[in-house]
Write a protein that binds this ligand. Structure first.
Ligand SMILES: [Zn+2]
Length: 332
C-alpha cells in the first residue's frame, strides 16, 4: 500500500471511526478574553491555574523506552500522550499501575524513531483496538510501513505524519507539537516540543512546553534552537566516555555510539542543558529528566559527577530508569 495522503493527515477510505482526543473543546476562564484584548496576565490572574503538565518516564534505556504526558487536570480523568512505545502494552500497563492512569487513557502516541527500543510491534493490536493515533516524523513513514502489522494501522487511518521541522501539529485536544529531526543513525530521531495550550506558566499566558530529545548523535545549533524555552526537558544522557572506551564492546559499536550519529554522553547532555539555561532569561528548564542511561557504559555516580559542576541545575534533575517508572514530573 502506498502513502496517499497530502498535507499532514493520511487519509484512507476505511477510516471511519472517530479518533480519540479530537474535536473536544474545553472552555476555560481564559477563553473569555479574545486575542485582540490587551491582557496583562498578572492583573486578572493573580493565582495561576492549577492545571499543569505531568510527565512520567515509564522506562528508558536500550531495552525499551516509553513515557506518558498527562494533559488532564488533577480533577479530571487522565488523558495521556504516550511518547515512544518501546515497552510493550503489558509492561506499560504494569508501570502505570498506581498512577491513576491506564492504557485506555492514551489519546495518541508520538514516536521519536522506529528502532525497536522505541516502537514495539506488540503495540499494534492495542493501538487499533483503542483507536490511538500514531504520530511520526514524515521522514520515518517508510520505516513504519515496514513494521510487521503496520498495514492494520494504515487501514484504520491511525497514522499521521508530522511534516518537516518546525510545523506545529495538533496532537490531541489541548496539545500540539513540533519536531526537529536530530542526527541519529541513517534516518535520525525526532526531537519533540509539546505545547499544552490550556496550561499557563506563572505570570505569563504562554503555554507550558515540554522538550523531548533522545537518541541524539550530537548537539547541533538546530537542536538547541528547537528546545530553547521549554519548561520541562527530557534529554538523553547515555554514556560516560571513559566507561564506553574501556568497555568490552566491539570498536565498531563504540564508534557508532560516540561518532556523532549515536548517543549523547553525560557531558554533551550537560552542556546542552547549560546552554539552554543560559539562553532563557528565566533560567531555562525548571525540571529536567535524563533518559536512556546505558547500563554497561554509564552509572548514576558518573552523571552526578558531571552535574556537580552546576548545583543549581543539578537540583532540577531527575534520573530515569530502565526497570521502574519515575514519579510524575510537574511544571507549573
Ligand atoms: Zn534508543
Amino acid at each position: 500500500m502506498s502513502w496517499q495522503g497530502s498535507g499532514q493527515m493520511l487519509l484512507f477510505p476505511q477510516a471511519t471511526a472517530p479518533r480519540k482526543g479530537r474535536g473536544r473543546t474545553r472552555t476555560t476562564p481564559r477563553d473569555r478574553f479574545t486575542s485582540n484584548q490587551a491582557v496583562i496576565p498578572e492583573l486578572f490572574d493573580p493565582n495561576p491555574p492549577t492545571r499543569q503538565a505531568r510527565l512520567c518516564v515509564l522506562g528508558s534505556g536500550s531495552s525499551g523506552n516509553a513515557s506518558v504526558l498527562n494533559i488532564a487536570d488533577d480533577t479530571e480523568p487522565a488523558r495521556l500522550l504516550l511518547i515512544d512505545a518501546g515497552l510493550g502494552p503489558r509492561t506499560v500497563a504494569k508501570r502505570l499501575a498506581g498512577t491513576g492512569a491506564t492504557v485506555q487513557d492514551i489519546q495518541a502516541l508520538c514516536v521519536t524513531h522506529l528502532d525497536r527500543d522505541h516502537f514495539s510491534p506488540t503495540w499494534i493490536s492495542t493501538l487499533v483496538r483503542e483507536r490511538i493515533t500514531v504520530f511520526v516524523h514524515r521522514g520515518h513513514l517508510r520505516q513504519l510501513e515496514r513494521v510487521p502489522g503496520s498495514e492494520r494501522l494504515i487501514a484504520a487511518g491511525l497514522i499521521e505524519a508530522i511534516d518537516q521541522d518546525g510545523v506545529t501539529v495538533d496532537i490531541a485536544a489541548g496539545l500540539r507539537a513540533r519536531t526537529a529531526l536530530l542526527p541519529h543513525d541513517r534516518t535520525g530521531s525526532a526531537g519533540y516540543v509539546f505545547e499544552l495550550v490550556e496550561t499557563t506558566r506563572s505570570n505569563t499566558n504562554q503555554p507550558t512546553r515540554i522538550g523531548y530529545a533522545t537518541d541524539v548523535g550530537r548537539v547541533t545549533d538546530a537542536m538547541l534552537d528547537h528546545l530553547t524555552g521549554v519548561d520541562l526537558l527530557a534529554i538523553e544522557s547515555n554514556y560516560d566516555p571513559a566507561m564506553q572506551q574501556n568497555s568490552a564492546r566491539p570498536e565498531s559499536l563504540k564508534r557508532r555510539v560516540m561518532g556523532g550519529w549515536g548517543h549523547l554522553s553525560n557531558e554533551q547532555a550537560f552542556d546542552a542543558i547549560q546552554t539552554l539555561a543560559g539562553r532563557c532569561p528565566r533560567g531555562g528548564p525548571r525540571r529536567i529528566v535524563l533518559l536512556h542511561r546505558s547500563r554497561q557504559c554509564n552509572h548514576p555516580d558518573a552523571i552526578h559527577r558531571v552535574l556537580s559542576h552546576n548545583p543549581q541545575l543539578a537540583a532540577r534533575v531527575t534520573l530515569s530508569d530502565q526497570s521502574q517508572r519515575s514519579g510524575w514530573l510537574t511544571v507549573r
